[in-house]
Design a protein around this ligand. Structure first.
Ligand code: ADP
Length: 479
């Protein structure tokens, strides 16, 4: 049993912009089930304040030094299923419309991390392990070891740092080292936190943590190479003996086609075929697609970015439109992709539907109604959508990279096994070949399709196994 403090920039049920929030919403509770005492710290964003503030308990009020000024910090808490969540309040920094993407993101998250470090002192709460996630929290181990290294209470904390997406690194100007973080320039001069003339939160987290993890075994190997290492492959190679790859799970209570309140027709492995057709007809009606329960309905629920492989799709638009399928896309992101998707819908009314934006309820209905889920990512640290798809009997079509490779078993036409379809190279012709294979199986080998759906739905995509592996990792540090 260990006392673990998770530090992250987002987490369910409070706030979500991507897969990190799902992890922070599930992993802490799973760890408490295994006997650990887990707490979580998050920034208090506007959307959280609007919805939850009245239920909060005040925990502490204090100041941290940012830009040579004493800046106030107020901390609240709330319990969710045996896990205590702390919220760092600063209206100027966090009560904004979006979570990230501001000019002062470096200062905002420097403040957040300093507030977290001081919180331990204020509460006289000393975790044995601090588990920090992604660039927003990369300086946590540095602050403990360098700024507070003289203090045994901080020095004895062990640090786990999890990379959810190496592409976002939190690189900022060197002046922030002193002005916002209160750290010595020595750390820049000796190279510890230096990156490309400035400082990097991500690099610092990787170097200073006692263990580094990422969210799938394949991605943990890929990031050691220049192709996936985002210029940090050398640093990661230095830490390769402490680098673990642990696949994420999903919350199988929340993502459950048997009782999902967002979907019109509930189902399990036995009645999936019939209920899926009913869900399909309902979604087709909702999204303005031709109502046809037999057509192969392909779904996408995703951030619309280059990472997710949309350029492969855009390369093959004409070929795609000629296929005997319908396509429903839910997502938002890069304006070029959003625009193209809008045009595609306009030119193919009834066949292609596009919802631009974030819509949790619609995502559930898409997972339930579709036959195939499309995820041809350029890279994918873990990916949750393919796990959700399998749980809903929607076969994922993926590129063999990162967590997609670790979690989707490709169709084997000889053994009639698999949980989806996959292709190896980032190449749109390969993608189309495997899409055509999926179409062939759907229309002409219905028994094979049925077997794949059943097999996909019986995969264990819960947190159970992953949480167990995290426990092994903590044990290595804690004993
Ligand atoms: P990433 O974290 O890289 O965005 P993941 O596959 O790990 O990708 O997690 C994405 C999560 O966000 C999934 O739960 C997916 O259903 C959800 N999601 C993505 N885009 C949307 C959207 N536009 N509306 C609703 N849910 C979305």
């Amino acid at each position: 049993m260990a006392r673990i403090l998770m530090v992250a920039s987002e987490g369910l049920p409070f706030i979500k912009s991507g897969g990190l929030a799902d992890v922070i919403g599930s992993l802490p509770f799973e760890l408490t089930k295994k006997g650990h005492e887990v707490r979580v710290v998050l920034p208090l964003y506007l959307k959280i304040a609007q919805k939850y503030h009245e239920d909060f308990t005040h925990e502490a009020s204090y100041h941290v030094n940012i830009n040579y000024h004493e800046v106030p910090v107020i901390v609240y808490s709330q319990m969710v299923k045996d896990v205590k969540y702390y919220f760092i309040e600063h209206q100027g920094y966090f009560e904004r419309d979006a979570l990230y993407g501001y000019m002062d993101d470096g200062e905002r998250f420097a403040y957040f991390q300093k507030a977290v470090i001081e919180l331990l002192n204020q509460l006289d709460y000393w975790p044995q392990i601090m588990h920090s996630h992604d660039w927003h929290t990369g300086m946590i181990p540095v602050l403990c070891k360098e700024a507070h290294g003289f203090d045994e209470r901080y020095r004895s904390i062990k640090h786990v740092y999890t990379i959810h997406n190496l592409a976002f690194q939190g690189n900022f100007g060197v002046e922030m080292l002193d002005s916002c973080l209160g750290l010595d320039y020595r750390l820049f001069d000796n190279g510890n936190v230096r990156y490309d003339g400035g400082i990097s939160f991500m690099k610092s987290g990787i170097l200073y943590a006692d263990k580094v993890t990422t969210v799938s075994p394949t991605y943990s190997q890929e990031i050691l190479t220049p192709q996936f290492g985002e210029h940090l492959e050398m640093v990661l190679n230095m830490r390769r003996n402490d680098l673990w790859g642990i696949v994420n799970g999903i919350d199988v209570e929340y993502w459950n086609p048997k009782q999902d309140p967002e979907i019109p027709y509930h189902y399990n492995r036995v009645n999936v075929a019939k209920a899926k057709k009913q869900n399909k007809l309902a979604l087709q009606k909702e999204m303005g697609l031709h109502e046809d329960e037999d057509v192969l309905l392909v779904g996408v629920v995703s951030r619309l970015t280059w990472q997710k492989g949309f350029y492969l799709l855009l390369e093959q638009l004409d070929a795609l439109c000629a296929l005997p399928i319908q396509l429903v896309v839910l997502g938002s992101g890069e304006s070029a992709i959003e625009e193209k998707m809008g045009q595609l819908q306009d030119g193919n009314r009834g066949k292609i539907a596009f919802y631009c934006g974030y819509n949790e309820a619609l995502a559930h209905r898409i997972y339930a109604a579709c036959d195939l889920f499309f995820m041809p990512s350029l890279f994918e640290p873990c990916g949750l959508s393919q796990l959700i798809s399998m749980r809903y009997g929607t076969l994922p079509l993926v590129r063999e990279t990162g967590g997609l490779k670790d979690t989707v078993i490709p169709y084997n036409e000889f053994e009639k096994t698999g949980t989806g379809f996959s292709f190896a190279n980032y190449n749109s012709n390969e993608m189309m070949d495997v899409l055509r294979l999926a179409i062939e199986v759907y229309y002409h080998r219905p028994q094979d399709w049925k077997a794949l759906v059943r097999f996909a739905m019986s995969q264990d995509v819960s947190w159970e196994k992953s949480a167990y592996t995290y426990c092994l990792l903590y044990k290595e540090l804690h004993l």
